[in-house]
Design a protein around this ligand. Structure first.
Ligand code: PHE
Length: 340
């Protein structure tokens, strides 16, 4: 063993210790320069190779190789311990020509998109969009809407009651009352929003769903105005081929009341499984605002009249997007939601 071999071995051992104690990638890089860099200790020592007697050259050369490997390994290990970023950076430095990572900002839920679309259709017909609370009181959800005390929708089996007697609104119709209480006629509003009912979820029912309420109060409003607005809405949403049909019905807050169907956009009215072979699909309830409701909000029914309607947004979405089961809308499966 000659002096050079000894110096190389000592340097390798020192470097190993220092590498193990290094606190960051900068310290490791400094070590690499100190020992292996162009003007570092190893190149310095190797200049002395010339003075090594020929029979010791081989052993000295291999001591250099071993020492260099030990130091490189020590540096690599230390880099891995420190998180490896620098180690990688050395091997495959940042490639500035790579395309950036795309942010995935997501988008609005299909029901929200549809609600916005409905609002913009009604806005073009002169309606203003308003909001109402999801937690309601009995007065606005039932009493003011002329709902008799024994009406089944008041039953706790149908509507969610809080212990304090308030409820989750079962319809968007209470927004009619809130608007009329605070505004003088004429009024022309639509109110999209979530409603709640104690239904067992199935393909066409959920415990919460969405409606868009419409209300128009003015002088001399007639059923013909209601029909034209609904027909226009159908055309805007589904094109000129769709027809509407009004059927007599009952709601406590409208008189007369109708249910309002679209001709089936899937089969064109011929009859299919979506429309249960009837050719029509129920979309909304509607009618002329009952004079009792007008009295409840202080409007004179001898002067003012109007119509109201309430559309089911999930039904509309199912038709619009051919969704066979509304539960798809709430499963939060990204593969479904991404399609909208
Ligand atoms: N609120 C009724 C429902 O949920 C729909 C409706 C609204 C009917 C307005 C008439 C007028 O079934």
């Amino acid at each position: 063993m000659n002096d050079i071999i000894e110096a190389v071995n000592r340097a390798a051992a020192d470097a190993e210790m220092k590498a193990a104690a290094a606190a960051d990638a900068g310290a490791l890089e400094a070590l690499r320069i100190e020992y292996l860099g162009r003007n570092g200790l190893f190149p310095e020592l190797s200049k002395k190779m010339g003075s090594v007697p020929p029979e010791e050259r081989k052993a000295t050369g291999s001591a250099f190789n071993t020492g260099r490997t030990r130091i490189q390994n020590a540096l690599d290990e230390a880099m891995a311990r420190l998180g490896g970023a620098g180690a990688k950076a050395d091997k495959d430095a940042i490639d500035l020509t790579l395309p950036g990572r795309k942010a995935a900002p997501g988008h609005r839920h299909p029901i929200t998109q549809l609600a916005d679309e409905c609002v913009s259709v009604f806005r073009r017909m002169g309606f203003v969009a308003v909001d109402g609370p999801e937690i309601e009181d009995i007065y606005h959800n039932f009493d003011a809407l002329n709902t008799p005390d024994d009406h089944p929708s008041r039953d706790p089996k149908d509507t969610f009651y809080f212990p304090d007697g308030r409820i989750l609104r079962s319809q968007t119709s209470p927004v009619q009352i809130r608007v009329m209480e605070t505004h003088e006629p004429p009024v022309r509003i639509v109110a999209p929003g979530r409603v709640f009912r104690r239904d067992t979820p199935d393909a066409t029912h959920g415990m919460n769903f969405h409606q868009i309420e419409g209300l128009y109060i003015d002088k001399g409003v007639s059923m013909a105005d209601l029909k034209s607005v609904l027909q226009n809405f159908a055309w805007e949403m589904f094109g000129k081929d769709v027809n509407i049909r009004l059927r007599p019905h009952f709601f406590p807050f409208t008189e007369p009341s109708v249910e309002y169907d679209f001709s089936c956009v899937v089969c064109g009215g011929k009859g299919c499984n979506v429309c249960k072979n009837s050719g029509y699909i129920e979309i909304a309830g509607a009618g002329m605002v009952d004079p009792n409701v007008l009295k409840n909000v202080g409007y004179d029914p001898e002067v003012w009249s109007g119509y109201a309607f309430g559309l089911g947004l999930e039904r509309l979405a199912m038709l619009r997007y051919r969704i066979p089961d509304l539960r798809f809308l709430y499963d939060n499966d990204i593969r479904f939601l991404e399609q909208f």
